[in-house]
Design a protein around this ligand. Structure first.
Ligand SMILES: [Zn+2]
Length: 170
């Protein structure tokens, strides 16, 4: 998110049939297909809309964040929904939902896959140093606020970080 922008109104909704059609035509995501993040079936697509106002220009922008929704059973056997973040799109308030900005979704998926593949290949052989690790952690620190993280995601990330801390301290 733009650092000069103020946080505005935030709403959650299901993707409209028009949006679903465009997402599908662009080869991005579709209800019923496998989620690029967890391979579960996508039961529906959620859209979070956040408006922001640029301090300097006063321009209102709308940021759309797309999530795959999965109906899953919890420990008590109750149906609950989990969401996986898929990508974002920002556009001027006056602009209609357009096809151009959507390219980011597919690129994001591809880049994420590369990054995960690289990380899984890390070993002492390819000389990944402590300095490299430091740079990577700094990069995560500097960019984490650009990722739309909901409360469930936060808990998962904190849990993972605590696991890393525990391992380092042992
Ligand atoms: Zn998923």
């Amino acid at each position: 998110m733009n650092s000069t922008a103020q946080k505005g109104k935030k709403t959650y909704r299901k993707a409209t049939p028009e949006e679903e059609k465009i997402l599908e035509e662009e080869g991005m995501i579709k209800k019923g297909m496998q989620c690029p993040r967890c391979d579960r079936v996508i039961d529906y697509i959620r859209v979070d809309e956040i408006e922001s106002i640029d301090d300097k220009t006063g321009e209102i922008k709308k940021h759309l964040y797309y999530y795959a929704g999965h109906k899953v059973k919890n420990e008590k056997g109750q149906t609950t929904v989990i969401y996986h973040y898929l990508g974002s799109l920002a556009y001027d308030y006056v602009e209609r939902f357009n096809r151009l900005g959507l390219k980011g979704l597919i690129d994001l998926k591809r880049e994420n896959k590369y990054l995960i593949q690289l990380l899984n290949k890390l070993s002492s052989e390819n000389k990944f140093t402590v300095k490299d690790f430091e740079i990577m952690l700094d990069s995560i620190y500097n960019n984490i606020d650009k990722v739309a993280i909901d409360e469930d995601d936060k808990e998962i990330i904190i849990e993972k970080l605590q696991k890393i801390l525990k391992k380092l301290k042992s």
